[in-house]
Design a protein around this ligand. Structure first.
Ligand code: SF4
Length: 372
């Protein structure tokens, strides 16, 4: 596993109180600016200790011990859809890895930002481009938050909702994910409501238990199902061998929920693999004990090495009809960003899979603290 970049502490991975406490430890004389500096950083996008009435040595101290900066932007691609423009941003981490975030239009005035939680992913879902990369390294909390920070202050996007559904299994990086959730909800920071955040998982039982322990009943949760029986699900999603459906069902049933909580269940429809009448019945059987469920039906997006073709509209409609006959609430997820490889299961590609030279140099100690 790669080490994450070292050097000054990344404020984007800290809550306001954590910053104040760290500042009291390393800069006791000027720690009093910590909360205001934090609020200004998340309002303006600028880390400027020099804008406070501090002696130059203290300003230098702040720059020496702390940093807060957007990710380097490598590329932005856009695709117009009926719902608006979907945009994929490719960012570069300080040690040279590329990660992706996607802005998804949600009607006239609303945007959702889908962020990455890992460089690659070790879960190995066979229909997913990121799964083919393997896990190169975990993203830090600061790097997860930095995707939102960069989207807002560099790209000028205004995401109302954040979903953890980009590259990686968010709950396989639970420590950093949970820290990032704390930062994103800071009153002096971006101040996202818990109900504006959605954690998505392929069914990481241990991570689900840790998330449950937060007791955040307004936090949204969605799980990728993709097959209704253990044999087919284990073929599509190796995580099922570790956490079979019965166990997943138990963990989800124990998840703390508010009265109007609706569990998202994502189902990627793959012709010939998981789209039969019996599959629809099995999906309903899995969901029935889980309380209120909204099934998001996602037409398969073929990537670079497709498992099958994309379903035709009539196939999607048939499957939705069967699910409704079984009593499930179903929504068809509009396909957004397929042409720019920004749709579900398409993030990560052969270019990103190559381990960057800069990351190799860092791991050999040739560059200690790469600049963004
Ligand atoms: S679908 Fe999600 S969990 Fe599965 S390999 Fe892709 S990124 Fe990982």
């Amino acid at each position: 596993m790669e080490q994450t970049p070292s050097g000054p502490i990344d404020i984007l991975g800290l809550t306001a109180d954590e910053l104040a406490s760290e500042a009291r430890r390393v800069l006791p004389g000027s720690a009093w600016v910590a909360h205001d500096l934090y609020a200004r950083l998340f309002t303006t996008g600028r880390f400027e200790p020099e804008s406070f009435p501090l002696p130059p040595t203290s300003v230098d101290g702040w720059h020496q011990h702390f940093r807060a900066a957007p990710l380097a932007l490598k590329k932005v691609s856009e695709e117009e859809t009926n719902a608006g423009a979907t945009a994929k941003a490719v960012f570069e981490t300080r040690d040279g890895y590329e990660i992706e975030a996607v802005r998804i239009p949600m009607g006239a005035a609303s945007q959702t930002l889908c962020v990455s939680s890992q460089v690659g992913c070790k879960m190995g879902c066979t229909f997913c481009e990121t799964g083919r990369m393997g896990l190169l390294r975990q993203l830090t909390a600061g790097e997860i938050v930095a995707q939102v920070f960069t989207a807002r202050f560099v790209l000028g996007w205004s995401p109302k909702n954040i979903v953890f559904m980009g590259m990686g299994e968010a709950l396989d990086n639970a420590d950093h994910l949970i820290s990032a959730l704390h930062v994103l909800t800071q009153r002096r920071g971006f101040h996202y409501g818990h109900d504006r955040l959605t954690v998505c998982t392929a069914g990481h039982a241990e991570g689900l238990r840790r998330l449950a322990a937060l007791g955040w009943k307004r936090l949204n949760l969605s799980v990728s199902l993709n097959a209704p029986d253990d044999a087919s699900r284990s073929r599509l999603m190796p995580v099922n061998r570790k956490t079979p459906l019965a166990e997943l069902q138990r963990v989800l049933s124990d998840y703390p929920r508010r009265r109007n909580f609706v569990l998202g269940v994502n189902y990627c429809l793959m012709p010939g693999l998981n789209d039969s009448r019996a599959d629809a019945r099995g999906v309903a059987d899995f969901c029935r004990p889980l309380g209120r469920v909204l099934l998001n039906l996602i037409p398969y997006n073929p990537g670079h090495a497709p498992l099958t073709r994309a379903p035709e509209d009539k196939e999607v409609e048939s499957f939705m009809g069967w699910l409704r006959e079984e009593g499930l609430a179903v929504r068809r997820r509009a396909t957004k960003g397929r042409a720019i490889m920004a749709a579900c299961g398409q993030l990560g590609n052969a270019e990103l899979r190559r381990r960057p030279q800069r990351a190799q140099d860092n791991s050999r100690g040739l560059s200690e603290d790469p600049e963004p």
